[in-house]
Ligand binder design. Structure first.
Ligand code: 7PM
Length: 283
């Protein structure tokens, strides 16, 4: 592990700005039907919005809204259904001055979400879907380009790496270059090594230990390891809801190595860890 400074960069998010020289918590908001108790669409919308406000109170500066389950083996949702899940939540949150990112790979979903106030495109498929590059250029918004191999359904067989960190950087670089060639602006790109996507537990841990190497790519970095399986394995197999401290620890280690944004379920705990980290840095 090596210490890395955070970039002196401001990310322009529509009218809002995100200072990437400070670490930020991106709170995870799943808007799949199994995420909130089923009392009909309105009730679920209210619960999702309330959950987001709670995360904002707890210190989240970005809310990441996802309407497609990327779970391996999950059935694919139609674009129309994904829009029905995401757009009302964006509409309800947009006027409250919080930065909204959308966890989607579908150009039509980010298009509809931006229309009602979304700011960031978080794409685990790194702009590989048809028309994704063109849409990213047209919308001219920040995009998270994450490393993955294959699809969530096939990625578990694709974990052959000569050197995981080196290969992740090379493959991310290819995606970034494709985006730049298509016309995506450099200042709109955020990179993410994609913890848990086509990587086994050892590879995820090695990637965390060598996270600082991503710095050489010259882009702001997002880290997303919240409650993931390799954290559970390091904790000797605890359940997902018992991985808060493990996740915060992993995220803080990535912040030490240059991550500007951490994507977290447990916002309060993550925010508190960042407060201690910031206090240390300011001393
Ligand atoms: C099943 C499998 C459910 C995987 C949920 C997941 C990331 C992300 C996700 C990430 C960025 C999860 C993931 N992970 N976006 N979306 N980076 N940028 O555990 O690591 O939340 S979904």
């Amino acid at each position: 592990m090596q210490l890395m400074p955070l970039p002196q960069q401001i990310l322009q998010c529509g009218q809002l700005q995100l200072d990437l020289s400070q670490p930020h918590v991106m709170g995870i908001l799943n808007v799949t039907p199994d995420s909130f108790s089923d009392g009909g669409r309105h009730n679920q919308l209210d619960q999702a919005v309330a959950y987001a406000f709670n995360m904002i109170e707890q210190g989240a500066t970005i809310i990441d809204i996802g309407g497609e389950s990327t779970r391996p083996g999950a059935s694919e949702v139609s674009v129309e259904e994904e829009i029905r899940r995401v757009v009302p939540v964006v509409e309800a949150l947009a006027k409250h001055g919080v930065i909204l990112s959308i966890d989607t790979s579908q150009p039509d979903v980010i298009r509809a979400a931006k229309e009602v106030g979304a700011h960031i495109w978080n794409d685990v498929r790194a702009l590989t879907r048809p028309n994704a590059l063109k849409t990213a250029v047209e919308l001219d918004i920040p995009v998270v380009i994450m490393h993955m191999r294959g699809e969530p359904t096939t990625m578990n067989q694709l974990d052959q790496y000569a050197d995981v960190t080196l290969n992740v950087i090379q493959e991310l670089q290819q995606r970034v270059e494709e985006a730049l060639t298509a016309g995506v602006k450099k200042q709109n790109i955020i990179i993410d090594p994609g913890f848990g996507f086509a990587k086994n537990a050892q590879q995820n841990l090695k990637l965390l230990n060598e996270f600082w190497k991503l710095h050489e790519m010259g882009y702001p970095i997002l880290s997303g390891l919240s409650r993931k399986r390799f954290i559970g394995e390091a904790l000797m197999g605890v359940a997902a809801d018992q991985r808060t401290v493990g996740s915060v620890t992993g995220h803080l280690l990535s912040i030490q190595q240059g991550a500007s944004i951490v994507r977290a379920h447990d916002v309060k705990a993550m925010h508190e860890a960042i407060l201690v980290w910031k206090a240390m840095r300011q001393a």
